[in-house]
Design a binder for this molecule. Structure first.
Ligand SMILES: [Zn+2]
Length: 473
């Protein structure tokens, strides 16, 4: 084999995308064949119908249901015989996610030395408690001045449906007032008449703390006042407590299957999927976004692959690390956390096979899968060669494959220089991110076949003497 590699290196040493190893997978051993055929529709169905059940409430980050789902994955990894990769042999990599909420009490506003003004709620408290007296400056005037402690917005129009989307409202407000907060404004007042949706949003913000991305959250206190209070030009005394912060433990679930080769077992293939989805809506008959295809299917694939690989008497030569992530829907957060704090060295991670939405094929792509970012490495060729042994084709989906390369957890590893791609066997269907993404709508035979294909493909990657290669573009 070494000789063969040298010849290939010679042949390709002048080329730009040298693919140096043989990409033809050998026949499956009898044992591997048996493990693959033990991936059964009934088992796939039992796993997915639990993960996508209404009781899981859409597995929002953070939520008690996501916590239960992560415990379930850990239990399955334990049952498969994987080794916990976390501290003390635990299957969890825990992170404290901070969510925030405006203060519920202690807000007071009055004309200096005079009458109290009734307020209509807070969109945000400040970083610290506020107790000040200042003359209110109009927004347009404040933008020309150096520093105004209290500024009243001229006008803020938001569509009625924004009442259901507090995050969107806060992000809009944050963008609008950024120039003011950069100038050290401490309180922004927003005048609201009766039809304004903002008081509803303020009430909603007191019901559930929210995770807000940096830059999308107001950097000062934002207080709603009745429009007829006409605050501009008045000297007001204002007291507002600080924004409240909550710590929420969120968990990547990580299990290791040690490889059988004394040298290659130092390297690992990372097989992953995101466990979280987008939770529950505030209205409608069916409010639960079950996230069956997105991405209970991917997690079911990871669990099924853990069972299949761990059942092999002769383990693959390389180790395999199985992971499910929190927070993909919030911006690839769980995978970013893992990539920053890897429980297996990234320099020894030969590939990330990330699995996303494998349950709803397009008509002409049943029992096929596709890989995002095809041109960036030879992983697609290797996986296809291996998966053909299960009768599954893995292809380059040219319409969206490149665009989606940066849209899932694989990209957290691409950023760290790891060969990392997502594998899908689905469509961008109308139920995407809707309560109608239910497990009853999945094509279980298709999905089971694709998981077998991913098993045969990943087995080849874990066994092949030469690791997958980035094509350097
Ligand atoms: Zn997804």
């Amino acid at each position: 084999m070494i000789k063969q590699i040298q010849i290939f290196l010679l042949l390709f040493s002048c080329g730009t995308t040298a693919i140096s190893q043989d990409t033809a997978a050998p026949d499956l051993s009898e044992e591997a064949m048996a493990a693959m055929h033990a991936i059964l529709e009934g088992r796939v169905l039992s796993t997915i119908s639990f993960l996508a059940s209404d009781e899981m409430a859409g597995r929002d980050t953070p939520s008690p249901e996501l916590r239960i789902a992560s415990q379930y994955v850990a239990a399955r990894f334990r049952g498969a015989g994987l080794e916990g990769a976390g501290p003390g042999g635990s299957f969890f990599q825990i992170h404290q996610l901070v969510t925030t909420m405006p203060p519920e009490y202690g807000t007071a506003i009055s004309v200096d030395g005079g009458d109290a003004i009734s307020h209509r709620g807070l969109l945000s408290g400040g970083a610290e408690a506020i107790d000040l007296t200042a003359t209110v400056v109009k927004e347009s005037a404040a933008l020309e001045a150096d520093a105004a402690e209290v500024v009243c917005l001229d006008r803020l129009h938001l569509p009625p449906q924004a009442a259901e989307r507090p995050q969107f409202v806060l992000a809009s407000v944050a963008r609008r007032i950024r120039a003011l907060t950069d100038r050290k404004t401490k309180v922004v007042l927003i005048p609201c008449d009766d039809g304004n949706i903002l008081p509803q949003v303020a009430e909603r913000l007191l019901q559930k703390s929210l995770f807000l991305k940096d830059g999308l959250t107001p950097q000062c206190a934002v207080l709603l006042v009745p429009s007829d209070s006409n605050p501009v030009g008045k000297k007001l005394s204002i007291q507002i407590e600080a924004q409240r912060e909550m710590q929420n433990p969120v968990r990547n679930v990580v299990g290791i299957l040690r490889g059988s080769d004394p040298n290659l077992s130092q390297e690992a293939v990372l097989i992953s999927a995101h466990l979280d989805h987008i939770g529950v809506r505030s209205h409608g008959d069916d409010r639960i976004n079950n996230g069956a295809d997105d991405n209970a299917t991917g997690v079911t694939a990871v669990i099924s692959l853990a069972d299949a690989f761990a059942s092999l008497k002769t383990k693959p030569r390389r180790s395999i690390v199985f992971v499910t992530f929190w927070g993909e829907e919030k911006g690839l957060l769980g995978s970013k956390h893992f990539a920053e704090n890897p429980l297996w060295p990234l320099s020894k991670t030969v590939a990330n096979i990330n699995i996303e939405m494998v349950g709803r094929p397009e008509e002409d792509a049943r029992e096929k899968a596709w890989m995002t970012g095809w041109k960036h490495s030879n992983l697609g060729l290797l996986m296809n060669s291996g998966a053909q042994r299960a009768g599954v084709e893995i292809f380059n989906r040219t319409d969206v494959g490149e665009m989606l390369y940066a849209r899932s957890d694989n990209y957290s590893f691409v950023r760290k220089g790891v060969v990392a791609h997502s594998f899908s066997a689905g469509s961008l269907h109308a139920d995407y991110h809707q309560p109608s993404d239910e497990w009853e709508r999945l094509d279980i035979p298709h999905m089971t076949k694709v998981i077998r294909g991913l098993f045969a493909g990943a087995l080849f990657v874990a066994e092949n003497s030469v690791a997958p290669e980035s094509s350097g573009n």
